[in-house]
Design a protein. Structure first.
Length: 546
């Protein structure tokens, strides 16, 4: 079984924040799970270093776009490494391989008759003396009235053209641009209406896409797909490989999504592997992103793949809703955000992963608050999971004649553990990660209750055999929890694997751990609740909000 995990590409124009992490962590969980099952996995992503946001920031700082891209690409890689992301290839859009692959895709679309010439009008800024790419134009969305960019309204998810905006203004200087005639190349998106309708129906029937992806895609299909420009006058990006258009760049909306394939090509070339098994009609693919990227993965990218003759259409859309912060909308411009480098410097990565997964915005927006985060760590990771592990292993340390015995496991606990693998695995494969993690922690609470009811600290003096069965059952459960939680909490699972001398993780019951630790260190440390106020004051002090 070949599984492609495709994580969205963050723009390299600013640090990652909790919204990014919340939408991307599911990709690593999926990759880890399928590897444990023995599937062939290719997990790819990268930094978008060609987009307009990078050039805008570069102008603001009076540095080159590459300086900005390098800074944040390096920051992204450090954050992903600290969070335990297991990308097979994390690359960037300004590599020679990416440019080559994008140009090959562009030529194929052109040769196949899906890209055509068209004279049109484009926004031109007299003050800046240049044609304006879509993200250089801002104004009011004609559909909902919210402030929007020239390519998309984040408030209502409508794909826009700069000419659609009301009261348009140049983002660089604030002046009102004018329309001038220019020739561009257009992608005949309208030709794919039928095939994309069929893809939508399959996804709906199989329940492979989240509700937000189905709703947004249905809306675009009902409105009728519109042809879109695929070239732009940009200072950086992939040069258009068509005669007469060499001074233009491939529009980012077609270039960035092609990164999933270019990253796969790079991995294949570097590891001398054939990537075709990850790009055919049998491939199971998970595209992991926020809901603002939905149309690019359910409409644009499938149309491109069909246009170049590839049948590896996205099978699963893992599209989270948004994360709010202390019940307010995240705002990077106002610094109302929890930045990934900062939280990773001060808190356990498993705590971050756990909170963002158990509170994932899978069906509706979810809120991050410092109170909820710290109470979640202390109450659930430390108080439930860590407590069960610690109380079991520390008590066993006091029993010098205790030996692990796989034949001394409560039969009911064993059967429930077997069933847990199947249930959690099914939830993970359907991308219901929040429910999967909830199922595991429900079981952890039942195991704590089992320990309390069996009272091994008392029965060890009156019925040693019964006490040792209880403890063996708990050790068996801990070993299996380490394995079943590994896709979600890889760092604490690795600690337990080392302490119990477990074999490499699989997705099947562990009957007996290797050895018991002699001086086990707790999985998690308590966070002083006073830190809630400290973090909240730091957040509000640094933010520029009303």
């Amino acid at each position: 079984m070949a599984v492609l995990i495709a994580g969205a590409w963050p723009y390299a124009n600013g640090d990652l924040h909790l919204g990014h992490l919340s939408s991307l962590i599911p990709g690593d969980c999926l990759a880890r799970y399928f590897r444990q099952k023995g599937a062939k996995v290719l997990y790819v992503s990268g930094s978008d270093c060609n987009g307009t946001p990078i050039t805008i920031r570069a102008k603001q700082e009076a540095v080159s776009p590459k300086t900005i891209a390098d800074r944040y690409h390096d920051s992204f890689q450090r954050c992903f490494e600290k969070l335990g992301f297991t990308y097979d290839c994390y690359t960037r859009t300004d590599t020679l391989i990416h440019h080559r692959v994008v140009q090959d895709i562009f030529r194929s679309l052109y040769d196949n008759g899906y890209i055509y010439h068209k004279k049109t009008k484009q926004m031109y800024c007299l003050h800046c003396t240049q044609f304006l790419p879509d993200r250089y134009v801002e104004g009011s969305c004609p559909h909902c009235g919210a402030h929007a960019r020239g390519d998309q309204c984040d408030a209502c998810s409508t794909i826009l053209d700069p000419m659609d905006l009301e009261d348009p203004a140049c983002k660089l200087c604030g002046h009102k641009p004018e329309l001038r005639e220019v020739e561009h190349l257009y992608f005949a998106l309208s030709k794919f209406q039928l095939e994309l309708e069929q893809q939508y129906q399959r996804a709906k029937k199989n329940n492979d896409w989240r509700e937000n992806a189905l709703k947004l895609t249905r809306r675009y299909l009902d409105e009728g797909l519109q042809d879109r420009a695929v070239t732009r006058d940009l200072p950086v990006g992939v040069t258009v490989p068509i005669k007469g258009f060499e001074d233009k760049k491939v529009y980012v909306w077609i270039e960035a999504v092609s990164g999933y394939y270019s990253a796969s090509v790079r991995w294949g070339e570097e590891h001398h592997q054939d990537i075709s098994e990850f790009w055919n009609e049998q491939t199971v693919s998970y595209y992991v992103q926020g809901k603002d990227n939905v149309p690019f993965h359910t409409i644009i990218w499938p149309a491109i793949l069909i246009g170049v003759g590839k049948k590896a259409l996205p099978t699963h859309l893992v599209s989270n809703e948004y994360v709010t912060l202390e019940h307010k909308k995240l705002s990077t411009s106002r610094n109302w955000a929890v930045w990934a480098p900062d939280i990773l410097e001060h808190y356990d990565p498993d705590s971050i992963r756990y909170f963002l997964l158990i509170n994932a915005p899978e069906t509706h927006d979810a809120d991050f608050s410092w109170k909820a985060f710290i109470e979640s760590h202390n109450g659930e990771l430390l108080g439930a999971y860590g407590n069960f592990v610690n109380r079991t292993l520390k008590f066993i340390e006091k029993l010098p004649d205790f030996n692990v015995a796989s034949n001394q496991v409560d039969p009911q606990i064993f059967r429930t553990t077997v069933a847990l693998y199947e249930k959690v695995g099914g939830l993970i494969e359907s991308a219901h990660l929040k429910a999967a993690l909830s199922e595991i922690f429900s079981w952890i609470r039942r195991l704590n209750k089992y320990f309390d009811e069996r009272k091994p600290w008392q029965t060890v003096n009156t019925n040693q055999a019964s006490a040792y069965t209880t403890l063996n059952t708990c050790v068996f459960s801990i070993a299996n929890l380490a394995q079943i939680l590994a896709p979600f909490l890889p760092f604490s699972s690795r600690k337990l694997a080392d302490a119990l001398h477990l074999a490499p993780f699989k997705w099947e019951v562990i009957h007996c751990p290797g050895k018991l630790p002699k001086d086990f260190e707790p999985l998690f440390a308590r966070i002083d609740p006073a830190q809630i106020q400290v973090e909240h004051e730091r957040l509000t002090k640094n933010a520029n909000v009303e």
